[in-house]
Design a protein around this ligand. Structure first.
Ligand SMILES: Nc1ncnc2c1ncn2[C@@H]1O[C@H](COP(=O)(O)OP(=O)(O)OP(=O)(O)O)[C@@H](O)[C@H]1O
Ligand SMILES: [Mg+2]
Length: 454
């Protein structure tokens, strides 16, 4: 999520910067070097310039003191510090001085990318935590009331919850809301994105390992499952979880038991599991990519989040909500949105759902030079003919034809998309004569080849 992190490398040798930059490649947006004496000033400068560092990579030798790490964290606005350690004692040093993690020197690209990325994400999460607490689920209509009812009902229990919805429909927000309104709310809410962690590391991340389990395992390590003990484990993108791990998660769901890598004993853990996916799990099960028994276990209490295009009546409310949210953050006295600008939002169907709407509002507010968001601040296509206010200054026939053309084109595009450009199949589904359909497709200049399956 978001931009690749800005990394501050703190080391006595400036050449480390180039090594790190090369190994991180596109996984970092920028890598800056400083000697230890300059670290505080660099971090402060980042904050002042509104380009804060997302993670600090600090040499572990000589061992930093807890106070010096605290100072970096404070100056960097809560930034996570990761130690770069040569010997086997790196982890112990990291724990003792309050660093977030440790990477072994000489660096290994995969490990560096993963650990720095994760620490940067934690920095970002911590940053968002305070406003998140008061984040509410916005919506009108029966669906939101039903959602709140179901959340209230299930939050009090330890029942496993499965959240389904397209990207950006609020799955994580709902998972947090469940945790925050459950008896577990003072315990950790731990997020594991099964799609973001490379497969070989995912098992280690989730379950941890014992010392000696593999070559680099110089000491025991608790996994995220243990970290979520007494709290909630949110398994995001569960559809991407590799099959062998699915068996292990199934076991956790059945008996609350798991085994660390290399351990010869089972451990018990008390977690509430919430899962989310934007994939069609039925289809994954049918294709043999998702275990049916696991599907049954996680699907005991499903919550389906509707895409934004099915609830356009929520758009105005959400726009206002995000204007409030970002006004203080941007320090701009924006207090209104013009009807024309609002019509832009209302006329768009947001394939990226609420996340996309939130980004567009934020963007418009950044553009806005007055106290009112204008049409020209909004980077969205002009309203579609069907939802725009009809133009009554022109002849009825003409406006009507324009609307019909617009409708036909959108209908055909969607029809061809769904049927991968197969005309016979599309005609059958639409209840049209194949020749008429063909003529219409030609008239609108649609290229069927573009809808063919890759
Ligand atoms: N109903 C809502 N009311 C207020 N804010 C919402 C709502 N739904 C989503 N949001 C906001 O939209 C953004 C995206 O939501 P979230 O991250 O929960 O979606 P997601 O379904 O997990 O998306 P993805 O599949 O892309 O990970 C967040 O900032 C969230 O706070
Ligand atoms: Mg999500």
């Amino acid at each position: 999520m978001g931009m690749p992190p800005r990394v501050l490398v703190v080391d006595r040798s400036a050449s480390v910067r180039d090594t790190v930059a090369e190994l991180l490649g596109e996984a970092a947006s920028e890598v800056v070097w400083t000697a230890r004496e300059g670290a505080g000033a660099q971090l402060r400068a980042g904050i002042t310039a509104s380009a804060p560092f997302d993670v600090v990579l600090l040499e572990a030798d000589p061992p930093p003191t807890p106070a010096s790490i605290r100072e970096l964290v404070t100056l960097g606005g809560g930034v996570r510090v990761v130690l770069a350690a040569t010997g086997p004692d790196g982890a112990a040093t990291a724990v003792r001085c309050g660093a977030a993690d440790v990477v072994a020197k000489p660096f290994n690209a995969a490990e560096l990318v993963f650990r720095l990325g994760r620490a940067a994400a934690a920095t970002e999460r911590a940053d968002k935590r305070r406003p998140r607490k008061s984040d509410v689920l916005i919506g009108t209509g029966p669906w939101i009331k039903q959602l709140y009812d179901r959340i209230a009902m299930v939050a009090a229990t330890d029942v496993t919850v499965a959240i389904f919805g397209e990207s950006g429909t609020g799955k994580e927000l709902v998972a947090r809301t469940i945790h925050n309104s459950s008896p577990r709310h003072d315990a950790p809410f731990v997020v594991v994105n099964c799609a973001a962690i490379p497969e070989p590391l995912l098992e280690d991340e989730l379950f941890g390992h014992v010392r000696g389990a593999f070559t680099d395992a110089s000491r025991d390590r608790e996994g995220l499952l243990a970290a979520a003990h007494t709290g909630t484990l949110f398994l995001d993108e569960i559809g991407e979880m590799p099959l062998p791990l699915q068996a292990k998660i199934l076991r956790v769901l059945q008996s609350q038991e798991f085994r660390r890598i290399g351990d010869d004993q089972d451990r018990q853990v008390d977690v509430r599991i919430v899962t989310a996916t934007n994939r069609d799990l039925d289809a994954l099960v049918a294709a043999g990519n998702f275990r049916q028994d696991l599907y049954y276990r996680i699907n005991v209490f499903p919550l389906h989040l509707p895409p934004l295009r099915e609830r356009p009546e929520d758009i105005t409310l959400l726009v206002n909500h995000f204007v409030q949210k970002y006004r203080a953050r941007l320090g701009k006295p924006i207090d209104a949105i013009s009807p024309a600008a609002l019509a832009r939002f209302a006329g768009y169907d947001f394939p990226g759902n609420v996340r996309e709407l939130e980004n567009k509002v934020h963007q418009a507010m950044v553009m806005c030079a007055t106290t009112v968001i204008e049409d020209s601040d909004v980077a969205l296509p002009k309203s579609r003919a069907s939802t725009a206010r009809p133009d009554v200054d022109r002849p009825f026939r003409e406006v009507k034809q324009e609307m019909i053309d617009g409708f036909e084109k959108r209908y055909l595009t969607e029809l061809l998309r769904v049927h991968h450009g197969n005309l016979a199949q599309a005609a059958r589904a639409a209840g049209m004569d194949r020749k008429n359909l063909w003529a219409l497709v030609e008239r609108h200049g649609l290229d069927r080849a573009q809808f063919k399956k890759p």
